[in-house]
Design a protein around this ligand. Structure first.
Ligand code: C6P
Length: 408
């Protein structure tokens, strides 16, 4: 049955949304930083701690087996959600940042040498810049940057020119957290593969907005964070092609990632455990599984359609404000409204919006090179989720107009 999307009903699933800030109803538009959690996720975490808290993969006792089952079931849920070929290809990490660092440290240090090249884009988050810079320092590899046009779109011809036989890794953002641009990652992956480079996609801002099919994209690695997908903080996923993960050395050593240890020699556990040293974030994984089930029940297609509608509504409304300039106007865009206003610092805008109960992010959004590209120190960013309403966008626009009048 095709149930119409109803954001008012959806909002009832999120207890945090029903409160006032400085006497005004909370308008939460900082979803790119982190999303709020539905009751069902909060309950899943709480149930784990109140009913079957136990360590996994170790105990023979009942609670440990329950916890292990819940943990491994969540892995299956993730596998299906991103269409990975096997649960062995789903590694739990602390988040996107750790997933990228894992690839840089494990794959990168072994496979790259002096003069090899790593290609990233101008719009990368620091998490997809710094680990590669560190790898370049360690190996003598060189970082190459794909330029963008003013709308915030990658110049594919320039990307093509950067690719060559020395290109070993291409690592690009799927959806820009600062601009909202959706990058053509499937085409970019195919182009990189022509030269034998491996491709990592930073999916931190994509996974919550539309269906991601890692096999369809063809990428070698895909990274995302649970907390941007309505799950707890401190949990994330690295998808990796089995062939590559099998060949890679462990990222960290410790419990659970070994088969046997002696003082002479250690043999490593099979995938995915080889990359999950130590007691993992069990409650986080269980919360992530619950969040994905929740999203699946609503349907990502409905979520995308509704969020696009709110984004278009917001774009039209903010475009009417004369002194406001939207930064990031790509044709293919998702859920982010970044902007500057003549004569008012983004931090002042963020602070005054807060006084009206409106939560946005003001700053460089961990994309300082991108800010430099646009010659701005920072932007104000409203980022949309499916629990936001057009009325909340109206509230944002009218508060912005009030702030502009104050500064006149
Ligand atoms: N962006 C934002 O407000 P972690 O911190 O590991 O969960 O995610 C890092 C990260 C990586 N890539 C992209 C595209 C991201 O947007 C983020 C996190 C937040 O935009 C916090 S800086």
């Amino acid at each position: 049955m095709n149930i119409p999307f109803n954001s008012e009903l959806i909002r009832q699933d999120f207890p945090i949304l029903h409160q006032e800030i400085y006497g005004k109803p909370l308008v939460y538009l900082d979803n790119a930083a982190t999303t709020q959690k539905p009751q069902i996720v909060i309950d899943a975490v709480s149930n784990y701690y109140s009913r079957y808290n136990s360590n996994i993969h170790r105990g023979v006792h009942y609670l440990s087996q329950q916890a292990t089952d819940a943990y491994e079931n969540a892995r299956k849920t993730v596998q299906k959600f991103i269409n990975a070929g096997s649960t062995k290809e789903v590694i739990f990490t602390r988040g996107t940042t750790e997933a990228i660092n894992l690839v840089a440290a494990s794959y990168g240090r072994d496979m790259l040498k002096q003069g090899d090249e790593i290609v990233i884009s101008t719009m990368e988050h620091h998490s997809n810049i710094v680990p590669w810079q560190m790898l370049c320092e360690q190996t003598g590899a060189i970082l190459r940057i794909i330029p963008i046009i003013d709308s915030g779109e990658i110049i594919l011809e320039e990307y093509q020119k950067l690719l060559n036989d020395r290109t070993k890794i291409v690592s690009v953002i799927h959806v820009s957290n600062s601009l909202g641009t959706i990058n053509p990652v499937k085409i970019m992956t195919e182009m990189a593969h022509e030269f034998g480079a491996i491709v990592l996609i930073d999916g931190a801002q994509a996974i919550q907005h539309f269906a991601v099919d890692v096999q369809g994209i063809g990428c070698d690695f895909y990274a995302f964070s649970g907390h941007k997908l309505y799950a707890p903080t401190g949990i994330g996923v690295l998808y990796g092609k089995r062939r590559l993960l099998e060949a890679m050395k462990p990222y960290q050593g410790g419990g659970d990632m070994i088969l046997s240890v002696s003082f002479e020699k250690t043999t490593y556990n099979e995938l995915p455990h080889k990359f999950e040293a130590g007691t993992p974030n069990i409650s986080g994984v269980i919360g992530l599984g619950a969040a994905i089930n929740y999203i699946n029940n609503i349907g990502l297609d409905k979520i995308s359609e509704y969020e696009d509608e709110v984004l278009n509504y917001g774009t039209a409304l903010l475009s009417e404000i004369e002194t406001l300039h939207i930064i990031g106007t790509a044709k293919d865009k998702s859920s982010v409204l970044s902007f500057s206003i003549d004569g008012i610092h983004p931090h002042d805008i963020g602070t005054f919006l807060d006084r009206d109960g409106i939560a946005v992010r003001a700053g460089h959004h961990c994309t300082q090179p991108l800010m430099k590209r646009y010659c701005v120190p920072a932007t104000t960013r409203a980022s949309i989720s499916f629990y936001n309403t057009k009325a909340e966008i109206d509230a944002l626009a009218s508060s912005l107009k009030k702030i502009i009048r104050m500064f006149e």
